[in-house]
Design a protein around this ligand. Sequence first.
Ligand code: CP
Ligand code: NVA
Length: 309
Amino acid sequence: MRPPRHFIDLATFDPAQLRALLDEAHRRKAARIGATKGAKDADAPLIGHTLAMIFQKNSTRTRVSFDIGMRQLGGDTIVLNASDTQLGRGETIEDTARVLSRMVDAVMIRANAHQDVLDFAAASSVPVINGLTDLSHPCQIIADLMTIEERLGDVKGKKIAWVGDGNNVCASFIHVAGKLGFDLAIAAPKGYLPRTQDVQAAEAEGARVSVSQKPEAAVDGADVVVTDCWVSMGDTDKDERMAAFPPYQVTQALMNRAARNAVFLHCLPAHRDEEVTTEVIDGPQSAIFDEAENRIHAQKAVLLWCLGF
Ligand code: CP
Ligand code: NVA
């Protein structure tokens, strides 16, 4: 039997695979213009397939976009809040993976610890999708790249400025920078920098990634400005973070340093007037709701790739 195709990190993808995922997401989005949101795609390729979604952390976009995306593809979903399952009473990740592999065709997991997703995938005979961990959020970045391409065309040669926490979402941007050929300028406070191994691995494949404590320099001339919350799910050092991050707030003055047609992105949920001002997030450069919608189209491309379509 062929090993399952897991979608765990974009670091393992090659440029052609990324291109194919993005093309499929754009194509599926375009093919639905005028359709109601619950209507199935004309080909409904996933009829007879079920996706289980396990959540160890809260979610709005990931949960709904996978659910709606799966329905549009003709498939079904089951949502499992981890604490309501036997996982919450100590059943092992591996046994859970083996059992679900007998019952569903793919599993999406939002996990506290990245290792749990790796352990689940190692024991699973069906594809496993990383729906966010402490270390990465690859599904989000497919949607972000789609949004950038819709607004600005090919991401190759563009400058993306990441301002704020060098967190899980930032890591997934780092994972694709070299493969897709964009410049990534990260401004993050000391103590909240991206992981060195992610930056070094990206640089080894030719990525141009800079890391500094200078939001202005990162944003100068940028085509895309991205931020995320200052306190991610699972972070326990809220007070220290709230003290460290205010100089990294994305304001209109900061946006004015970017290219004239620069786009603002945020994976959401946002904390308005913390990491970004209301003026920016609700302003004309903000593409956050296209970005959120694109989660649906991105998930569909990921599901089809995992299931071999
Ligand atoms: N951006 C994102 O993953 O949102 P949710 O936490 O609502 O799923
Ligand atoms: N960095 C955030 C992203 C939420 C979608 C978190 O992990 O909570």
